[in-house]
Design a protein around this ligand. Structure first.
Ligand code: ADP
Ligand code: ZN
Length: 553
């Protein structure tokens, strides 16, 4: 139970050893703990598994022992709160949480213990923090000098540019306004430059010291393959490299989750579905099995994963494109938390690009917001189409130069590295070809067909014309008379799909979702037609798709 240990040494290293049983701090932990224990503010950017929890738990214990009272930890993750409070109890630290899982009697009890400053750490859900009742509780503590620290976990949730915006986080600015003397530490495992700046502004952390760790996860091997028959490709990947191992497969829709889980199960893989449409009890059961049993493959929407700490996830697969690099990094980061090799595998194709673009275009958001989202999507597409090292690209997105980590020991000679040696592009450098000619032919075809027929057509039909295939539809519309008919016969359909993917990615072709996904030219088409924008493409490395034995998408 929880007694005595809250008194004792206030020295961070002593607390680390006595309470947590660890020998030494890791990386920047010591500096962060010192900063916060001394009453300063901190913004901590540290990848998953880096050890963020101790960065606020140890200052909380030190400050409680020094008579400064209760530390408040804001977290959106109920499961994580429960785990951490349980672990703290075992270590003899008095901690509790306030969230929707408590009944009023239990909540009242926690509030009483908080008011008496009996707790060292109080975990609270963000929506609770800005309630009059909670603020009154904090007022009472502050008035007696018993409010020790605010820790804001998953701080990227405050930013609408992040991948997991939660409006309740905005209200957390009140903490600084109301209790300016109380130190704050904000923590996150993903934040690109834009999100980072937004966290600083929204939470008023201008004076906080920033601690930026390397975002590299050296044991994760990145691979992005061209999507043909995604289900079959996934099954092959699992059978070939991860038989009997635990993994997570991310899909975009609930329907797709169900289909893929069923397909894997039919093929003998121990797969379970997880999405928000399932019964809460079923979801819980699947999650428990994933955590406790060995070798379960969880097929899920992104509703799954936040706060789930399973060390031996050996692969994370994406069957659909995430929204942006932050999402991709966060989701793939759930693999290999134990430091052993893990695969981040993604299949992506033309339809993904079309879908993601359309989702942005059709969203009711402000145009400025859509612009930012398009920019973020483009960065992800550039990563997917990259022919050079994925790790170098991924880190560069977080402003990190591979080989020169921001947390490298001082005085150590460092130089940028161009190859990680473990991603797909490093292991087998893809052949690259110049797609400019093919791109111009494609654009011309779209233009001429529109001119001739007065309506637009979809990707398949345009490619048929370019490759000179006299299909029924081609004949019906007299498209064998279009001057570009057959002038792209030397290109395979795969190659042309790649070209089209890039053209859509760079905005040189638009897909009209309201008109059956027909293609049309944009202002950006002209530059490509004039040859001002080079189109460089990876030669497809994947094998032609096998005949589909199971249902199509
Ligand atoms: P994060 O929240 O950054 O993903 P955690 O705080 O959950 O990471 O820590 C990841 C793991 O590393 C946990 O099992 C934690 O106990 C362990 N850990 C953290 N710091 C240390 C340390 N200094 N020495 C040994 N183990 C540590
Ligand atoms: Zn590499």
């Amino acid at each position: 139970s929880t007694h005595s240990l809250d008194s004792g040494s206030t020295a961070p290293l002593a607390i680390l050893r006595e309470v947590f049983g660890y020998e030494a701090f890791r990386g920047p932990q010591a500096a962060i703990v010192d900063q916060v224990t001394a009453g300063g503010d901190a913004l901590v950017l540290m990848p998953t598994g880096g050890g963020k929890s101790l960065c606020y738990q140890i200052p909380a214990i030190a400050r409680a022992r020094a008579g400064q009272g209760v530390s408040i930890v804001v977290s959106p993750l109920i499961a994580l709160m429960h785990d951490q409070v349980g672990a703290l109890h075992e270590a003899g630290v008095s901690a509790a949480f306030l969230n929707s899982t408590l009944d009023w009697q239990e909540a009242l009890d926690v509030e009483r213990r908080t008011a008496r400053a009996e707790l060292t750490l109080l975990y609270a859900a963000p929506e609770r923090v800005n309630t009059p009742r909670f603020l009154e509780l904090l007022d009472g503590l502050a008035a007696r000098g018993k409010l020790a620290l605010f820790a804001i976990d998953e701080a990227h949730c405050v930013s609408q540019w992040g991948h997991d915006f939660r409006p309740e986080y905005r209200a957390l600015a009140v903490l600084h306004e109301r209790y300016p003397a109380v130190p704050r530490i904000a923590l996150t495992a993903t934040a690109d430059a834009l999100t980072r700046a937004d966290i600083v502004e929204r939470l008023q952390l201008q004076d906080a010291r920033q601690f930026v760790s390397s975002f590299d996860r050296p044991n994760i091997r990145y691979a992005i393959v061209e999507k043909k028959d995604a289900s079959t490709q996934l099954l092959r990947f699992i059978e070939r490299e991860h038989e009997g191992e635990a993994g997570v497969v991310y899909c975009q829709s609930r329907k797709r989750v169900e289909e893929v889980a069923q397909m894997l199960a039919d093929a003998g893989v121990n797969a379970l579905p997880y999405h928000a449409g399932l019964d809460a009890a079923v979801r819980q059961r699947h999650q428990d099995r994933f955590l406790r049993e060995e070798g379960i493959v969880m097929v899920a929407t992104i509703a799954f994963g936040m706060g789930i700490d399973k060390p031996d996830v050996r692969f994370v697969a994406h069957l659909d494109l995430p929204k942006n690099i932050e999402g991709y990094y966060q989701e793939t980061g759930r693999g290999g938390r134990d430091g052993l090799p893990a695969d981040a595998w993604m299949a992506y194709g033309l339809q993904d690009v079309v879908n993601q673009r359309r989702m942005i275009d059709e969203s009711p958001a402000a145009e400025e917001f859509k612009q930012v989202m398009r920019g973020k999507l483009d960065a992800l597409l550039a990563l997917a189409e990259a022919t050079d090292c994925r790790r170098v690209r991924l880190l560069a997105y977080f402003d990190e130069t591979y080989g020169m980590p921001p947390d490298a020991p001082e005085g150590e000679e460092r130089a940028p590295l161009m190859h990680c040696g473990s991603c797909d592009n490093c292991l087998s450098p893809p052949a690259v070809w110049d797609g400019t000619d093919a791109a111009r032919k494609l654009l011309s075809t779209i233009y001429r067909v529109q001119q001739q027929s007065g309506i637009g057509f979809g990707a398949g039909h345009i490619m048929d014309i370019l490759r000179g295939k006299p299909t029924e539809k081609v004949k019906q519309f007299f498209h064998e008379r279009v001057s570009t008919f057959g002038i792209g016969a030397e290109y395979s359909e795969t190659q042309l799909r790649g070209v089209l993917r890039q053209l859509i990615a760079i905005g040189a072709v638009e897909v009209d979702a309201e008109k059956f996904n027909t293609l049309r030219l944009t202002d950006g088409s002209r530059a490509v037609l004039r040859g001002e924008v080079p189109v460089r493409l990876r030669e497809s490395v994947s094998q032609p798709a096998p005949r589909r034995s199971r249902r199509e998408r």
